[in-house]
Structures are given as structure tokens and as C-alpha cells.
Design a binder for this molecule. Structure first.
Ligand SMILES: [Ca+2]
Ligand SMILES: [Ca+2]
Length: 210
């Protein structure tokens, strides 16, 4: 999963983007559709592929992923403030194929300042449909998958093997030089105690934000 690797590379930066404390505000969440079969439910650290429509309080649509840009659904990691706080809170325990309506108060959206075409103090309504759920780059499952010899730490070779497999899975030819560089970058950032291994502790997210 190339997207997972890329998201892993950026995740430290994303996780460090955190604002000050905002006043308590209630998020309204309503299930519009839940599929009959649900193999897993979304949890913090998962990657979600979603389509979404956003509306102002007066009902005007300000964004629709189906109509804007490349019209593609979007991947993000749940629970690391990569998206609005209201999304992180409101899109838990969802099934692939589920659709929810979220009414998000300003404190859990763009706050006092607003952003771009979102005016200050806007309550926003989103209709969000989850298309797919995957293990996040920092999940326990991803770690186990990468830890080939089960010693609870990732060697540089294990990380490179994972990158290679990931490339092949996406139809890219393996590229040793590139994998080497990517592994170096990952270790520079993630091997906090510089012992040449990424421990499960170094790997896993801390969810102290929420
Ligand atoms: Ca290992
Ligand atoms: Ca280490």
C-alpha cells in the first residue's frame, strides 16, 4: 500500500499539528445508511476512503468530493487530526459502505477564524460515506505484517522488504536505491533512540490528542 507508506512518512508532521484547547461543543451524528454486512468497524489509526458533501447551516453545499477536483474519494487516517476534529470524533465505529450525517459545531470544525470560503463560527454539516477501511500505517496489524522474524522490532531490511512488496502490489517495479533512501528517511524520523531498530513502541501512534 503505497498510500500507507506515504502517509507514514508524513504522519509525524500531521500528528504534531494541534491547536489550543477549544470549548466543549456537541457533535451530532446520525447514521443514514448501514450495510447489512460489516466485516470491521473504523477505529483510531485506521485509514478511511471517503466521499463527502459539505453544507452550510442554510443548506448551501460548499463542497462535494463527487463534483470537485478529481472527483475521487479521499484517503485519510482517523484520529490524528489530519481532518477536522469533528470527523475524527464522528467517523468512528463505521462500516465500509456506511453513510453518516455529521453536524459539526465551529469548535470542532474551523473555529472562530474560519478558513477560505468557510466563514468564522460556522456550524457545518457533512454527509460522509465510507468506501473502504484499511489498517492504518501505525496499526498493530501493520507492525506485525512488517516484523518478519517476530522479534517486536523492525530492522532496516524488514522495512525495505515491506516497501518492495508494497511497490510490487501497486504494479511499480522494485527500486533498491529508492527503497534504501525511503528506509533511511523512515529510520531518521522513527528510530528515536537510534538503536538501528524501530520498536513497536516507536512505531505505534499515541492518541493523546482525543
Ligand atoms: Ca523484526
Ligand atoms: Ca529504536
Amino acid at each position: 500500500m503505497l498510500v500507507v507508506v506515504l502517509s507514514w512518512l508524513c504522519s509525524s508532521a500531521l500528528a504534531s499539528v494541534s491547536g489550543g484547547k477549544l470549548p466543549e461543543a456537541e457533535l451530532e451524528s446520525q447514521v443514514l445508511h448501514r450495510p447489512f454486512i460489516c466485516r470491521r468497524k473504523s477505529k483510531y489509526g485506521d485509514m478511511l476512503l471517503v466521499h463527502h458533501d459539505g453544507f452550510f447551516e442554510n443548506g448551501t453545499m460548499f463542497h462535494s468530493s463527487r463534483n470537485h477536483g478529481n472527483k475521487q474519494p479521499m484517503w485519510f487516517t482517523l484520529g490524528i487530526r489530519e481532518v477536522l476534529k469533528g470527523w475524527d470524533l464522528g467517523l468512528q465505529d463505521m462500516c465500509a459502505g456506511e453513510k453518516r450525517k455529521l453536524v459539526i459545531p465551529p469548535a470542532l470544525a474551523y473555529g472562530k477564524e474560519g478558513k477560505g470560503k468557510i466563514p468564522p463560527e460556522s456550524t457545518l454539516t457533512f454527509i460522509v460515506e465510507v468506501m473502504e477501511i484499511r489498517n492504518g500505517p501505525r496499526s498493530h496489524e501493520s507492525f506485525q505484517e512488517m516484523d518478519l522474524n517476530d522479534d517486536w522490532r523492525l530492522s532496516k531490511d524488514e522495512v525495505k522488504a515491506y516497501l518492495k512488496k508494497d511497490f510490487e502490489l501497486h504494479g511499480y517495479p522494485p527500486n533498491d536505491t529508492l527503497h534504501e533512501t525511503m528506509a533511511e528517511e523512515i529510520f531518521a524520523k522513527e528510530d528515536k533512540n537510534k538503536d538501528g531498530y524501530i520498536s513497536s513502541r516507536e512505531f505505534t501512534y499515541k492518541h493523546d490528542e482525543l
